[in-house]
Design a protein around this ligand. Structure first.
Ligand code: BES
Ligand code: ZN
Ligand code: ZN
Length: 494
Protein backbone atom coordinates (compact mmCIF):
# COMPACT_ATOMS: atom_id res chain seq x y z
CA UNK A 1 0.00 0.00 0.00
CA UNK A 2 1.33 3.41 -0.99
CA UNK A 3 0.59 6.51 1.04
CA UNK A 4 0.71 10.07 -0.26
CA UNK A 5 0.43 13.33 1.65
CA UNK A 6 -0.76 16.38 -0.27
CA UNK A 7 -2.01 19.93 0.38
CA UNK A 8 -4.63 19.35 -2.34
CA UNK A 9 -8.24 19.25 -1.19
CA UNK A 10 -10.94 16.67 -1.88
CA UNK A 11 -12.13 18.97 -4.67
CA UNK A 12 -8.74 18.71 -6.37
CA UNK A 13 -8.27 14.93 -6.12
CA UNK A 14 -9.50 12.02 -8.18
CA UNK A 15 -10.69 8.52 -7.38
CA UNK A 16 -12.55 7.49 -4.26
CA UNK A 17 -13.19 9.85 -1.36
CA UNK A 18 -13.51 8.42 2.14
CA UNK A 19 -16.32 10.34 3.84
CA UNK A 20 -16.94 9.33 7.46
CA UNK A 21 -19.93 11.04 9.11
CA UNK A 22 -21.04 11.30 12.69
CA UNK A 23 -24.71 10.53 13.15
CA UNK A 24 -26.98 13.40 12.08
CA UNK A 25 -23.97 15.57 11.21
CA UNK A 26 -23.89 15.35 7.47
CA UNK A 27 -21.82 18.37 6.43
CA UNK A 28 -20.44 17.72 2.96
CA UNK A 29 -16.80 18.68 2.34
CA UNK A 30 -16.56 22.39 1.51
CA UNK A 31 -13.96 21.90 -1.22
CA UNK A 32 -16.27 19.87 -3.48
CA UNK A 33 -17.92 21.53 -6.46
CA UNK A 34 -21.50 22.74 -6.19
CA UNK A 35 -22.72 19.87 -8.39
CA UNK A 36 -20.86 17.24 -6.37
CA UNK A 37 -22.21 18.64 -3.11
CA UNK A 38 -25.74 18.70 -4.33
CA UNK A 39 -25.65 15.12 -5.61
CA UNK A 40 -24.13 13.96 -2.35
CA UNK A 41 -26.98 15.66 -0.46
CA UNK A 42 -29.45 13.84 -2.69
CA UNK A 43 -27.66 10.56 -2.03
CA UNK A 44 -28.16 11.00 1.72
CA UNK A 45 -31.88 11.15 1.03
CA UNK A 46 -31.88 8.35 -1.52
CA UNK A 47 -30.09 5.91 0.81
CA UNK A 48 -31.80 7.22 3.98
CA UNK A 49 -28.27 7.78 5.22
CA UNK A 50 -28.03 9.45 8.61
CA UNK A 51 -24.52 8.48 9.71
CA UNK A 52 -25.58 5.58 11.92
CA UNK A 53 -22.83 3.07 12.56
CA UNK A 54 -22.69 0.37 9.84
CA UNK A 55 -24.52 2.56 7.28
CA UNK A 56 -22.57 3.04 4.07
CA UNK A 57 -23.10 3.93 0.41
CA UNK A 58 -21.18 4.62 -2.75
CA UNK A 59 -22.12 7.45 -5.11
CA UNK A 60 -20.49 8.47 -8.35
CA UNK A 61 -20.27 12.28 -8.42
CA UNK A 62 -20.60 14.56 -11.48
CA UNK A 63 -16.86 15.37 -11.29
CA UNK A 64 -16.06 11.67 -11.77
CA UNK A 65 -14.98 11.11 -8.16
CA UNK A 66 -16.60 8.34 -6.16
CA UNK A 67 -17.93 9.25 -2.75
CA UNK A 68 -17.70 6.42 -0.21
CA UNK A 69 -19.78 7.54 2.75
CA UNK A 70 -19.73 5.60 6.00
CA UNK A 71 -21.54 6.23 9.29
CA UNK A 72 -19.58 6.54 12.54
CA UNK A 73 -22.54 6.62 14.91
CA UNK A 74 -23.09 9.34 17.53
CA UNK A 75 -20.28 11.82 18.04
CA UNK A 76 -20.48 11.39 21.84
CA UNK A 77 -19.77 7.67 21.71
CA UNK A 78 -16.83 7.90 19.32
CA UNK A 79 -14.05 5.36 19.61
CA UNK A 80 -11.06 5.08 17.28
CA UNK A 81 -12.18 1.63 16.35
CA UNK A 82 -15.31 3.08 14.80
CA UNK A 83 -13.11 5.05 12.42
CA UNK A 84 -11.07 1.91 11.73
CA UNK A 85 -14.20 -0.10 10.99
CA UNK A 86 -15.60 2.70 8.81
CA UNK A 87 -12.42 2.71 6.76
CA UNK A 88 -12.46 -1.08 6.52
CA UNK A 89 -15.99 -0.82 5.10
CA UNK A 90 -14.86 1.86 2.64
CA UNK A 91 -11.89 -0.23 1.57
CA UNK A 92 -14.05 -3.26 0.93
CA UNK A 93 -16.58 -1.20 -1.09
CA UNK A 94 -13.77 0.44 -3.06
CA UNK A 95 -12.25 -2.97 -3.83
CA UNK A 96 -15.62 -4.22 -5.08
CA UNK A 97 -15.67 -1.34 -7.59
CA UNK A 98 -12.03 -2.01 -8.43
CA UNK A 99 -11.01 1.50 -7.44
CA UNK A 100 -7.28 2.00 -7.12
CA UNK A 101 -6.97 4.88 -4.67
CA UNK A 102 -8.86 6.42 -1.82
CA UNK A 103 -8.47 9.96 -0.50
CA UNK A 104 -8.88 10.71 3.20
CA UNK A 105 -8.96 13.92 5.20
CA UNK A 106 -6.76 14.05 8.28
CA UNK A 107 -9.14 15.99 10.48
CA UNK A 108 -12.12 14.58 12.27
CA UNK A 109 -13.82 17.27 14.31
CA UNK A 110 -12.47 17.35 17.84
CA UNK A 111 -9.96 14.53 17.39
CA UNK A 112 -6.18 14.40 17.17
CA UNK A 113 -4.86 14.53 13.61
CA UNK A 114 -2.01 12.23 14.57
CA UNK A 115 -4.47 9.55 15.68
CA UNK A 116 -6.61 9.98 12.57
CA UNK A 117 -3.63 9.42 10.28
CA UNK A 118 -2.25 6.55 12.35
CA UNK A 119 -5.62 4.76 12.50
CA UNK A 120 -6.37 5.18 8.80
CA UNK A 121 -2.90 4.03 7.79
CA UNK A 122 -2.80 0.91 9.94
CA UNK A 123 -6.34 0.02 8.92
CA UNK A 124 -5.69 0.44 5.20
CA UNK A 125 -2.80 -2.02 5.52
CA UNK A 126 -4.73 -4.47 7.68
CA UNK A 127 -7.97 -4.33 5.69
CA UNK A 128 -6.25 -5.17 2.40
CA UNK A 129 -4.42 -8.18 3.87
CA UNK A 130 -5.26 -11.63 2.56
CA UNK A 131 -3.64 -15.03 2.85
CA UNK A 132 -4.86 -16.57 -0.35
CA UNK A 133 -2.89 -19.27 -2.12
CA UNK A 134 -5.31 -19.67 -5.02
CA UNK A 135 -3.96 -20.01 -8.51
CA UNK A 136 -6.45 -17.38 -9.66
CA UNK A 137 -5.91 -15.00 -6.80
CA UNK A 138 -8.00 -11.83 -6.95
CA UNK A 139 -5.57 -8.93 -7.16
CA UNK A 140 -5.90 -6.16 -4.59
CA UNK A 141 -6.96 -3.21 -6.71
CA UNK A 142 -6.77 -0.61 -3.97
CA UNK A 143 -3.10 0.27 -3.63
CA UNK A 144 -3.02 3.95 -2.72
CA UNK A 145 -4.21 6.12 0.16
CA UNK A 146 -3.96 9.89 -0.30
CA UNK A 147 -4.08 12.14 2.76
CA UNK A 148 -5.53 15.40 1.47
CA UNK A 149 -5.64 18.92 2.85
CA UNK A 150 -2.27 18.76 4.61
CA UNK A 151 -0.45 22.12 4.43
CA UNK A 152 3.35 22.02 4.16
CA UNK A 153 3.69 23.29 7.74
CA UNK A 154 1.87 20.21 8.95
CA UNK A 155 3.46 17.63 6.72
CA UNK A 156 6.06 16.50 9.26
CA UNK A 157 3.49 15.58 11.91
CA UNK A 158 1.32 13.76 9.41
CA UNK A 159 4.25 11.82 7.91
CA UNK A 160 5.42 10.73 11.35
CA UNK A 161 1.97 9.42 12.28
CA UNK A 162 1.79 7.75 8.89
CA UNK A 163 5.08 5.91 9.46
CA UNK A 164 3.91 4.76 12.87
CA UNK A 165 0.61 3.53 11.46
CA UNK A 166 2.49 1.66 8.74
CA UNK A 167 4.65 -0.10 11.33
CA UNK A 168 1.57 -1.18 13.26
CA UNK A 169 -0.31 -2.37 10.18
CA UNK A 170 2.58 -4.04 8.37
CA UNK A 171 3.85 -5.93 11.39
CA UNK A 172 0.33 -7.01 12.29
CA UNK A 173 0.06 -8.37 8.73
CA UNK A 174 3.46 -10.06 8.92
CA UNK A 175 2.43 -11.84 12.11
CA UNK A 176 -0.76 -13.01 10.41
CA UNK A 177 1.22 -14.45 7.52
CA UNK A 178 3.52 -16.42 9.80
CA UNK A 179 0.58 -17.79 11.79
CA UNK A 180 -1.42 -18.58 8.64
CA UNK A 181 1.50 -20.53 7.16
CA UNK A 182 0.58 -24.24 7.31
CA UNK A 183 2.36 -26.36 9.87
CA UNK A 184 4.13 -28.61 7.38
CA UNK A 185 5.91 -25.52 6.08
CA UNK A 186 6.17 -23.50 9.28
CA UNK A 187 8.16 -25.99 11.35
CA UNK A 188 10.21 -24.85 14.36
CA UNK A 189 13.26 -24.65 12.09
CA UNK A 190 11.37 -22.56 9.52
CA UNK A 191 10.09 -20.13 12.15
CA UNK A 192 13.61 -19.80 13.55
CA UNK A 193 14.90 -19.01 10.04
CA UNK A 194 12.21 -16.34 9.62
CA UNK A 195 13.24 -14.91 12.99
CA UNK A 196 16.89 -14.81 11.93
CA UNK A 197 15.98 -12.98 8.74
CA UNK A 198 13.72 -10.44 10.45
CA UNK A 199 16.34 -9.90 13.16
CA UNK A 200 19.06 -9.28 10.60
CA UNK A 201 16.91 -6.77 8.71
CA UNK A 202 16.19 -4.87 11.92
CA UNK A 203 19.55 -4.92 13.68
CA UNK A 204 18.31 -7.30 16.36
CA UNK A 205 20.59 -9.96 17.83
CA UNK A 206 19.29 -13.46 17.26
CA UNK A 207 20.45 -16.71 18.83
CA UNK A 208 18.87 -20.08 18.15
CA UNK A 209 19.30 -22.85 20.70
CA UNK A 210 18.92 -26.23 19.02
CA UNK A 211 18.21 -29.57 20.64
CA UNK A 212 21.78 -30.00 21.89
CA UNK A 213 21.91 -26.56 23.52
CA UNK A 214 18.48 -27.08 25.05
CA UNK A 215 19.75 -30.33 26.56
CA UNK A 216 22.85 -28.60 27.87
CA UNK A 217 20.70 -25.97 29.56
CA UNK A 218 18.42 -28.70 30.90
CA UNK A 219 15.33 -27.28 29.22
CA UNK A 220 13.70 -30.67 29.59
CA UNK A 221 10.18 -29.34 29.35
CA UNK A 222 10.72 -27.96 25.84
CA UNK A 223 12.55 -31.17 24.88
CA UNK A 224 9.74 -33.33 26.27
CA UNK A 225 6.97 -31.62 24.31
CA UNK A 226 9.10 -31.37 21.18
CA UNK A 227 10.23 -34.97 21.47
CA UNK A 228 7.24 -36.41 19.62
CA UNK A 229 8.14 -34.87 16.28
CA UNK A 230 10.84 -35.47 13.69
CA UNK A 231 11.06 -31.70 13.40
CA UNK A 232 13.25 -30.84 16.35
CA UNK A 233 12.36 -28.14 18.86
CA UNK A 234 14.40 -25.00 19.30
CA UNK A 235 14.40 -21.76 21.24
CA UNK A 236 14.89 -18.40 19.56
CA UNK A 237 16.32 -15.53 21.59
CA UNK A 238 16.04 -12.01 20.18
CA UNK A 239 17.80 -9.08 21.80
CA UNK A 240 16.93 -5.53 20.81
CA UNK A 241 19.12 -2.89 22.33
CA UNK A 242 17.21 0.40 22.36
CA UNK A 243 19.32 2.15 24.95
CA UNK A 244 22.83 2.09 26.39
CA UNK A 245 21.75 4.04 29.46
CA UNK A 246 22.94 1.95 32.43
CA UNK A 247 19.89 3.05 34.41
CA UNK A 248 17.75 1.30 31.79
CA UNK A 249 19.89 -1.82 31.67
CA UNK A 250 17.09 -4.23 32.63
CA UNK A 251 15.11 -5.28 29.56
CA UNK A 252 11.48 -6.05 29.04
CA UNK A 253 11.19 -9.76 28.29
CA UNK A 254 8.56 -10.98 25.83
CA UNK A 255 7.88 -14.71 25.76
CA UNK A 256 5.65 -16.27 23.10
CA UNK A 257 4.21 -19.75 22.88
CA UNK A 258 5.45 -21.27 19.65
CA UNK A 259 3.66 -24.57 19.17
CA UNK A 260 3.92 -24.83 15.40
CA UNK A 261 1.23 -27.48 15.44
CA UNK A 262 -0.81 -28.69 18.39
CA UNK A 263 -2.39 -32.06 17.67
CA UNK A 264 -2.69 -32.60 21.42
CA UNK A 265 0.06 -35.22 21.33
CA UNK A 266 -0.90 -38.61 22.80
CA UNK A 267 -3.89 -36.87 24.45
CA UNK A 268 -4.99 -36.36 20.85
CA UNK A 269 -7.45 -33.63 19.93
CA UNK A 270 -10.63 -34.43 17.94
CA UNK A 271 -10.25 -34.17 14.15
CA UNK A 272 -12.86 -31.42 13.83
CA UNK A 273 -11.09 -28.09 13.78
CA UNK A 274 -7.61 -29.51 14.31
CA UNK A 275 -6.41 -27.62 11.23
CA UNK A 276 -6.73 -24.35 13.16
CA UNK A 277 -3.99 -25.51 15.50
CA UNK A 278 -1.37 -24.04 13.18
CA UNK A 279 -2.40 -20.89 15.09
CA UNK A 280 -0.72 -22.25 18.22
CA UNK A 281 2.46 -20.39 17.30
CA UNK A 282 0.56 -17.07 17.52
CA UNK A 283 2.34 -15.95 20.68
CA UNK A 284 5.76 -16.49 19.15
CA UNK A 285 4.75 -14.55 16.02
CA UNK A 286 3.66 -11.62 18.18
CA UNK A 287 7.01 -11.61 19.99
CA UNK A 288 8.98 -11.65 16.74
CA UNK A 289 7.08 -8.84 15.01
CA UNK A 290 6.73 -6.69 18.12
CA UNK A 291 10.51 -6.76 18.37
CA UNK A 292 10.65 -5.63 14.72
CA UNK A 293 8.21 -2.83 15.57
CA UNK A 294 10.49 -1.71 18.43
CA UNK A 295 13.40 -1.52 16.03
CA UNK A 296 11.46 0.36 13.36
CA UNK A 297 10.13 2.84 15.90
CA UNK A 298 13.56 3.09 17.57
CA UNK A 299 12.02 2.54 20.99
CA UNK A 300 14.51 3.62 23.71
CA UNK A 301 14.10 0.43 25.73
CA UNK A 302 15.91 -2.89 25.77
CA UNK A 303 13.68 -5.80 24.84
CA UNK A 304 14.41 -9.53 24.88
CA UNK A 305 12.16 -11.85 22.89
CA UNK A 306 11.98 -15.55 23.64
CA UNK A 307 10.25 -18.03 21.36
CA UNK A 308 10.14 -21.72 22.36
CA UNK A 309 9.27 -23.59 19.17
CA UNK A 310 7.94 -27.16 19.10
CA UNK A 311 5.47 -29.46 17.40
CA UNK A 312 3.11 -31.35 19.69
CA UNK A 313 2.58 -34.70 17.94
CA UNK A 314 1.83 -38.30 18.90
CA UNK A 315 4.57 -40.81 18.15
CA UNK A 316 6.79 -43.41 19.77
CA UNK A 317 8.97 -40.65 21.15
CA UNK A 318 6.19 -38.43 22.48
CA UNK A 319 6.03 -37.42 26.10
CA UNK A 320 3.34 -39.34 27.92
CA UNK A 321 0.61 -38.79 30.46
CA UNK A 322 2.11 -39.71 33.81
CA UNK A 323 5.56 -38.40 32.94
CA UNK A 324 7.39 -36.25 35.44
CA UNK A 325 9.62 -33.58 33.91
CA UNK A 326 12.36 -31.74 35.72
CA UNK A 327 12.38 -28.28 34.19
CA UNK A 328 15.34 -25.93 33.83
CA UNK A 329 14.26 -24.26 37.08
CA UNK A 330 14.53 -27.67 38.84
CA UNK A 331 10.81 -27.56 39.60
CA UNK A 332 9.07 -30.73 38.47
CA UNK A 333 5.89 -31.05 36.42
CA UNK A 334 3.54 -34.01 36.47
CA UNK A 335 2.09 -34.36 32.99
CA UNK A 336 -1.50 -35.53 33.09
CA UNK A 337 -2.56 -34.38 29.64
CA UNK A 338 -0.13 -33.87 26.80
CA UNK A 339 -2.53 -31.36 25.22
CA UNK A 340 -1.75 -28.89 28.01
CA UNK A 341 1.66 -28.49 26.36
CA UNK A 342 1.86 -24.70 26.09
CA UNK A 343 2.35 -24.19 29.81
CA UNK A 344 4.96 -26.95 29.81
CA UNK A 345 7.21 -25.30 27.21
CA UNK A 346 6.58 -21.89 28.77
CA UNK A 347 7.83 -23.24 32.11
CA UNK A 348 11.33 -23.43 30.64
CA UNK A 349 10.99 -20.31 28.50
CA UNK A 350 9.80 -18.14 31.40
CA UNK A 351 12.52 -19.40 33.71
CA UNK A 352 15.08 -18.74 30.99
CA UNK A 353 13.67 -15.22 30.61
CA UNK A 354 14.32 -14.47 34.29
CA UNK A 355 18.04 -14.97 33.64
CA UNK A 356 18.09 -11.75 31.62
CA UNK A 357 17.07 -9.92 34.83
CA UNK A 358 14.12 -8.25 33.12
CA UNK A 359 12.18 -5.48 34.87
CA UNK A 360 9.08 -7.31 33.66
CA UNK A 361 8.04 -10.36 31.65
CA UNK A 362 5.03 -10.44 29.36
CA UNK A 363 4.07 -13.75 27.83
CA UNK A 364 1.60 -14.29 25.02
CA UNK A 365 0.09 -17.68 24.40
CA UNK A 366 -2.84 -19.35 22.66
CA UNK A 367 -3.06 -21.20 25.93
CA UNK A 368 -6.56 -22.36 26.81
CA UNK A 369 -9.93 -23.13 25.30
CA UNK A 370 -11.25 -22.05 28.70
CA UNK A 371 -10.23 -18.47 27.99
CA UNK A 372 -12.39 -18.55 24.85
CA UNK A 373 -15.30 -19.83 26.91
CA UNK A 374 -14.78 -17.02 29.41
CA UNK A 375 -14.06 -14.06 27.12
CA UNK A 376 -14.79 -15.00 23.51
CA UNK A 377 -12.41 -13.16 21.20
CA UNK A 378 -11.10 -10.88 23.94
CA UNK A 379 -7.61 -11.50 25.32
CA UNK A 380 -7.35 -12.69 28.92
CA UNK A 381 -4.90 -10.86 31.18
CA UNK A 382 -3.51 -12.46 34.31
CA UNK A 383 -0.79 -10.62 36.18
CA UNK A 384 0.96 -10.07 39.50
CA UNK A 385 1.47 -6.39 38.67
CA UNK A 386 -1.34 -3.82 38.89
CA UNK A 387 0.96 -1.29 37.21
CA UNK A 388 1.50 -3.44 34.12
CA UNK A 389 -2.21 -4.29 34.12
CA UNK A 390 -3.13 -0.61 33.94
CA UNK A 391 -0.81 0.17 31.04
CA UNK A 392 -1.87 -2.97 29.15
CA UNK A 393 -5.55 -2.18 29.63
CA UNK A 394 -5.11 1.33 28.24
CA UNK A 395 -3.02 0.06 25.32
CA UNK A 396 -5.77 -2.47 24.68
CA UNK A 397 -8.43 0.24 24.56
CA UNK A 398 -6.37 2.37 22.17
CA UNK A 399 -5.53 -0.40 19.73
CA UNK A 400 -8.85 -2.17 20.32
CA UNK A 401 -6.86 -5.30 21.06
CA UNK A 402 -8.66 -5.24 24.35
CA UNK A 403 -7.66 -7.29 27.37
CA UNK A 404 -9.76 -8.29 30.36
CA UNK A 405 -8.23 -9.13 33.68
CA UNK A 406 -8.85 -12.45 35.40
CA UNK A 407 -7.71 -13.19 38.97
CA UNK A 408 -4.81 -15.41 39.99
CA UNK A 409 -5.73 -15.86 43.66
CA UNK A 410 -3.40 -17.87 45.83
CA UNK A 411 -6.09 -20.50 46.39
CA UNK A 412 -6.14 -21.45 42.71
CA UNK A 413 -2.78 -23.12 43.26
CA UNK A 414 -4.55 -25.85 45.24
CA UNK A 415 -6.12 -27.01 41.98
CA UNK A 416 -2.76 -27.76 40.35
CA UNK A 417 -0.93 -29.22 43.35
CA UNK A 418 0.54 -32.61 42.53
CA UNK A 419 1.13 -35.50 44.93
CA UNK A 420 4.40 -36.47 43.30
CA UNK A 421 5.74 -33.30 41.60
CA UNK A 422 5.85 -29.57 42.29
CA UNK A 423 2.93 -28.90 40.00
CA UNK A 424 0.62 -30.80 37.64
CA UNK A 425 -0.23 -29.56 34.17
CA UNK A 426 -4.02 -29.86 34.38
CA UNK A 427 -6.77 -29.73 36.98
CA UNK A 428 -7.96 -33.28 37.52
CA UNK A 429 -11.30 -33.23 39.23
CA UNK A 430 -14.36 -35.11 38.07
CA UNK A 431 -16.80 -33.24 35.86
CA UNK A 432 -16.19 -29.94 34.14
CA UNK A 433 -12.78 -28.51 34.88
CA UNK A 434 -12.99 -25.24 36.83
CA UNK A 435 -11.06 -22.06 36.11
CA UNK A 436 -9.09 -23.39 33.13
CA UNK A 437 -7.56 -20.09 32.01
CA UNK A 438 -6.66 -19.01 35.51
CA UNK A 439 -5.14 -22.30 36.64
CA UNK A 440 -2.98 -22.31 33.49
CA UNK A 441 -1.75 -18.83 34.49
CA UNK A 442 -1.19 -20.06 38.05
CA UNK A 443 0.99 -22.79 36.60
CA UNK A 444 3.05 -20.25 34.61
CA UNK A 445 3.47 -18.05 37.69
CA UNK A 446 5.52 -20.83 39.30
CA UNK A 447 8.29 -20.15 36.81
CA UNK A 448 8.69 -16.35 36.90
CA UNK A 449 10.04 -16.04 40.42
CA UNK A 450 9.44 -12.55 41.80
CA UNK A 451 9.60 -10.79 38.45
CA UNK A 452 6.64 -8.52 37.64
CA UNK A 453 4.83 -10.57 35.03
CA UNK A 454 1.76 -10.50 32.84
CA UNK A 455 0.28 -13.41 30.94
CA UNK A 456 -1.92 -12.77 27.93
CA UNK A 457 -4.07 -15.68 26.83
CA UNK A 458 -4.71 -14.97 23.14
CA UNK A 459 -6.50 -18.27 22.38
CA UNK A 460 -9.67 -16.36 21.46
CA UNK A 461 -8.11 -13.30 19.85
CA UNK A 462 -5.45 -14.88 17.64
CA UNK A 463 -7.88 -16.35 15.15
CA UNK A 464 -10.98 -15.12 13.29
CA UNK A 465 -13.43 -17.82 12.20
CA UNK A 466 -14.98 -15.35 9.76
CA UNK A 467 -13.81 -12.12 8.10
CA UNK A 468 -14.60 -9.24 10.43
CA UNK A 469 -13.86 -5.54 9.91
CA UNK A 470 -10.17 -5.25 9.07
CA UNK A 471 -9.55 -8.94 9.80
CA UNK A 472 -9.71 -11.59 7.14
CA UNK A 473 -10.55 -15.16 8.08
CA UNK A 474 -7.67 -16.83 9.92
CA UNK A 475 -4.87 -15.31 11.96
CA UNK A 476 -5.47 -11.81 13.34
CA UNK A 477 -1.96 -10.93 14.53
CA UNK A 478 -3.55 -9.91 17.84
CA UNK A 479 -0.88 -8.77 20.25
CA UNK A 480 1.53 -6.95 17.94
CA UNK A 481 -0.26 -3.59 18.08
CA UNK A 482 -1.15 -4.11 21.74
CA UNK A 483 2.37 -4.79 22.96
CA UNK A 484 3.93 -2.15 20.70
CA UNK A 485 1.51 0.38 22.16
CA UNK A 486 2.21 -0.92 25.66
CA UNK A 487 5.94 -0.38 25.15
CA UNK A 488 5.51 3.14 23.76
CA UNK A 489 3.19 4.08 26.64
CA UNK A 490 5.48 2.48 29.23
CA UNK A 491 8.48 4.42 27.91
CA UNK A 492 6.38 7.60 27.81
CA UNK A 493 5.35 7.11 31.42
CA UNK A 494 8.83 6.54 32.84
N1 BES B 1 -3.53 -24.71 22.05
C1 BES B 1 -4.52 -25.17 22.95
C2 BES B 1 -5.50 -24.07 23.38
C3 BES B 1 -6.37 -23.51 22.31
C4 BES B 1 -7.65 -24.02 22.11
C5 BES B 1 -5.96 -22.45 21.55
C6 BES B 1 -8.46 -23.49 21.12
C7 BES B 1 -6.78 -21.91 20.58
C8 BES B 1 -8.02 -22.43 20.36
C9 BES B 1 -3.88 -25.72 24.21
O1 BES B 1 -2.63 -26.28 24.05
C10 BES B 1 -4.79 -26.78 24.73
O2 BES B 1 -4.96 -27.73 24.06
N2 BES B 1 -5.34 -26.56 25.91
C11 BES B 1 -6.25 -27.46 26.49
C12 BES B 1 -5.88 -27.61 27.95
C13 BES B 1 -6.61 -28.70 28.66
C14 BES B 1 -6.08 -30.04 28.18
C15 BES B 1 -6.39 -28.54 30.14
C16 BES B 1 -7.65 -26.87 26.36
O3 BES B 1 -7.80 -25.66 26.49
O4 BES B 1 -8.56 -27.63 26.08
ZN1 ZN C 1 -2.73 -28.35 23.51
ZN1 ZN D 1 -1.51 -25.56 22.43
Amino acid sequence: MDFIVTPKTFGETEGALFLPFFEKQLQVPASLSKEDKSLLQQAFQKFSFTGTKDQAFIQLLPSGKTAVAVGLGPKESFHWNKLRLALATAVSLAQKLQLTSIACETVLSGHSQKEVVHSITETAVMATYTYEQKQQKKPQTLTKVVFVGVPKTNEGTVKKALEEGKVYGELNAAARTLVNTPASTATPHYVAEVAKKIAKEHGIRCTVLGKKELAKKEMNAILAVGGGSDNEPCLVVLEYQGTKNPALRHPLALVGKGVCFDSGGLSLKPALGMETMKMDKGGAAVVLYTMAACARLKVPLNVVGIMPLVENLPSGTSYKPGDIIQTMSKKTIEVLNTDAEGRVILADALHYATQFEPFAIIDLATLTGACIIALGNVTGLMTNSPEIAGVLERAGEKTFERVWRLPIYEEYFDLIKSDIADVKNIVTNMGPSPAGAVTAAKFLEQFVGKTPWAHLDIAGSAWAEEPNGYYSKGATGAGVRLITQFILDWVGKK
